[in-house]
Design a binder for this molecule. Sequence first.
Ligand code: PEP
Ligand code: MN
Length: 343
Amino acid sequence: MEDLVIVIMEAHANTEQLAVVIERVDSLGLQAHVSAGAERTVVGVIGDERPVDPALFEALPGVDRVVRILHSFKLASRDFHPADRVITLPNGARLGGPEVLVMAGPCAVESREQLQATAAAVAAAGVRVLRGGAFKPRTSPYSFQGLGEKGLRLLREVADELGLAVVTEVVTPEDVPLVAEHADVLQVGARNMANYSLLRKVGDAGRPVVLKRGLGATVDELLQAAEYVLSRGNGDVAVCERGIRTFETSTRFTLDINAVPVLKHLTSLPVIVDPSHATGRADLVGPIACAGVAAGADGLLIEVHANPREARSDGAQALDPATFAVLMARIGRVAEAVDRRCA
Ligand code: PEP
Ligand code: MN
């Protein structure tokens, strides 16, 4: 396993002292990831298969201490980046930090009319990020697979009319440039969490990433997947708990509510809860969305459809606009109860 030591600079260390540390990292053929916090700068030193000797850095001027990170994920760990990471989107919406950000929209983009009606409804309820799939990873090859590029164009146009940012899934590495051209945030779906060539490609795309937990993946595996994106130099990654597979069959998946505070402890990446895919049932989306916020989630991903009965995918879990508007108000009250606000 790769080794990581973090070099914590003294609070008053200057830029020359930082440069000396980075030169030492380079001269050893290791990789440096610099994280400039409000109080201190931290340099993450990633080695190859060989262990990195902390003594190589301890004596350098301006270095306070050197700590070895024992997690299998490194850049994702709170040890490396203690402060919460905040992702700022082009329309000013922020994920992470004090506010809870709700992202909502249809499972799939179906038509201009469907998308416009749904987007207008979620925007009226206070949402600033529109979700919607153009490339759909469906369990059955006979199910609706999405509108592809046409769906991406519709998302962009409709979102721009309403001042919304766009989050949409990218399914294959080849589609990353196309999706990145139209979307503000690239979503990696649960079925692709361990698609490492896709993760590398989204890491290079220069867009924030929402990474969903695999149906059978542990928290540790989720954070190692996030590490693939972070290690490409892209620090704007959020992780999403969307339910895991258990023996329980009364809901589509089982939301691992524990994962929310566990993730908040282990990582400073924003944590999102998706109550729609976790439950598969519109009547359960509200309670589970509220539970996610109460447990400390930084964001929610919620499926809404202007007319759920006509949805071409996931209609059973889609909220209608009126129900969603009531839920938004309730989410705001839950956020306040845990000292947050709804963006
Ligand atoms: C989605 O959010 O559209 C989706 C397909 O979710 P998941 O990857 O969590 O199943
Ligand atoms: Mn869906």
